[in-house]
Design a protein around this ligand. Structure first.
Ligand code: ATP
Ligand code: MG
Length: 223
């Protein structure tokens, strides 16, 4: 947990998680002092002298929280499944940054036939843990190719037959002549808390978690 016993450090990633966490923070009485898109700062102050925000890569949020570089953070279920969740207390699904994890192929690829034939299919993905489990459950043999970005390109270039990726509207797939052939699971972002920090900074963290829970319920009620 972060060194100063009274300071709370919250790890967020720039982009949709930051943007969708802001209203929840606001409902908890916390306002971030700066816009990360306009500043190069990696540590942002808030209106609460005892709360600061650190900006890290989405996939690094669980690592920062696990080792105490941050007391708590917001991370997608996709990222948490790949990380494994060791050392993290996950008290709350914030229901933000929602999408789904899916299998997609080129629109001219016969996925059903490929799967039925029992032949090996090549799957490119950033989410190798989830993909391996998914195809093992189906009894489909796969060769997994780990990618870090632009997965849509893999079936188009012949690198892979299929991809496992996050889909929200489906417009990126469509623009690249890909179709979704299976939904693996719904994805949203969760609050993650360092377990040692939860003991040592219990009252402050509990109050924050409760405020987040109340704000999340307000969101749910509006839907
Ligand atoms: P980078 O874009 O820097 O390579 P990233 O792709 O992991 O990193 P984001 O695109 O900001 O970062 O995604 C952060 C999180 O938001 C993901 O881990 C996922 O939980 C969620 N997310 C990703 N894509 C979508 C989407 N299309 N719709 C809704 N939520 C998404
Ligand atoms: Mg991205």
């Amino acid at each position: 947990m972060t060194r100063d016993a009274s300071l709370i450090t919250l790890a967020l990633s720039k982009g949709r998680i930051f943007d969708e966490t802001l209203p929840l923070l606001k409902a908890a009485g916390i306002e971030v002092a700066e816009d990360p898109e306009k500043s190069r700062k990696l540590i942002l102050a808030t209106n609460r002298p005892d709360v600061r925000v650190v900006l890290v890569r989405a996939t690094d949020v669980p690592t920062y929280v696990q080792y105490g570089g941050a007391d708590l953070g917001v991370a997608g279920k996709d990222v948490l499944l790949e990380h494994g969740g060791q050392g993290l207390y996950q008290p709350l699904d914030l229901n933000i940054a929602r999408c789904r994890m899916s299998v997609a192929v080129r629109d001219d690829f016969d996925y059903a036939a490929a799967v039925k034939q029992g032949s090996r299919i090549r799957v490119a993905t950033k989410y190798t843990t989830v993909a391996r489990q998914h195809f093992a459950d189906k009894g489909v043999h796969v060769d997994l190719i780990k990618l870090y970005g632009s997965m849509e390109l893999a079936p188009l270039t012949g690198l892979a037959d299929a991809i496992v990726d996050l889909v929200s509207t489906g417009s990126t797939l469509k623009a690249n002549h890909l179709v979704e052939v299976e939904h693996i699971m719904p994805i949203s972002s969760r609050l993650v808390v360092n377990q040692a920090a939860l003991k040592l900074k219990r009252s402050t963290l509990r109050a924050l978690i409760d405020a987040f829970a109340a704000a999340t319920n307000v969101n749910l009620a509006k839907e």
